[in-house]
Design a binder for this molecule. Structure first.
Ligand SMILES: [Zn+2]
Length: 250
């Protein structure tokens, strides 16, 4: 017989009334706005890893009676904000050191996508199937999703948001309806600016203006410029690849 941890018990407990869930969230929102040195308004323009830690403490306290932290059992949990996440709203990792076998955890939030979104009022943002009125709401939804990943790692050593267990927890604990978001991705931003794969673009490089076509869009666009000394590509021509910030392209 296996002994379930206090956290597992808690996570599998019957749902709180929806009103209580909404109230907890509202209190956490107020908490963040009051305590964060960076998030001073709902459409904040700066965020720091310490804000993700603040969210962790607040959610652990209000939704899990402080059971998450002890379940880490001294294993480090690092918080981050990244502008390099261009598709996921966040990422939670369980990292095992190949040398010592020690396990640590990491929760990283896609800051760049939060800032790219909520600029155009016509673009309605939904995260986890719930419409978000501002960046702070989107941040909370993303964090809730990542927190369930962490909890699954702590309780079951694996986590997958495409699976039933995850989605059942997300719905019961946080009223999530989906496990996806429609935050503005770099690809969509580029598309809005009329830049897509295959687009002819020009950009400034070393004082020269180069022209080529877009091969790939991530955080930057990969532009292939014809160059006899460049690598040979599948179309039989030679190109040199440049990685150019999207807003530097014309
Ligand atoms: Zn996920």
């Amino acid at each position: 017989m296996s002994v379930m941890s206090v956290l597992t018990d808690r996570v599998l407990a019957p749902a709180l009334p929806q009103e209580t869930i909404r109230q907890h969230r509202a209190e956490i929102r107020a908490d963040v706005l009051r305590r964060s040195r960076y998030i001073k308004e709902p459409n904040f323009t700066a965020i720091h890893p310490s804000d993700v830690e603040l969210l962790f403490d607040a959610y652990d306290h209000r939704f899990f009676a402080g059971c998450c932290k002890p379940e880490l059992k001294e294993r480090p949990l690092r918080f981050g904000v990244s502008s390099r996440l261009t598709v996921s709203g966040g990422v939670t990792k369980r990292i095992r050191s190949r040398v010592s076998g020690d396990v640590r955890f990491e929760i990283v939030i896609a800051g760049g996508m939060l800032f790219d979104s909520f600029r155009d009022p016509a673009h309605r943002v939904t995260v986890c199937g719930l419409e978000c009125a501002d960046r702070l709401e989107a941040l909370q939804r993303i964090f809730e999703h990542e927190l369930i990943h962490l909890i699954e790692h702590l309780c079951w050593d694996s986590s997958n948001c495409a699976r039933t267990r995850f989605q059942e927890i997300a719905t019961r604990v946080f009223l999530h309806r989906e496990h996806t978001h429609n935050l503005l991705t770099r690809r969509e931003m580029a598309a809005k600016a009329g830049i897509r794969r295959g687009s002819q673009v020009s950009f400034e490089f070393d004082g020269r203006r180069l022209t080529g076509h877009v091969a790939r869009i991530t955080k930057r666009a990969t532009v292939l410029v014809p160059d006899p000394e460049g690598a040979r590509y599948t179309d039989g021509k030679n190109y040199r690849a440049y990685y150019v910030p999207i807003n530097a392209l014309r």
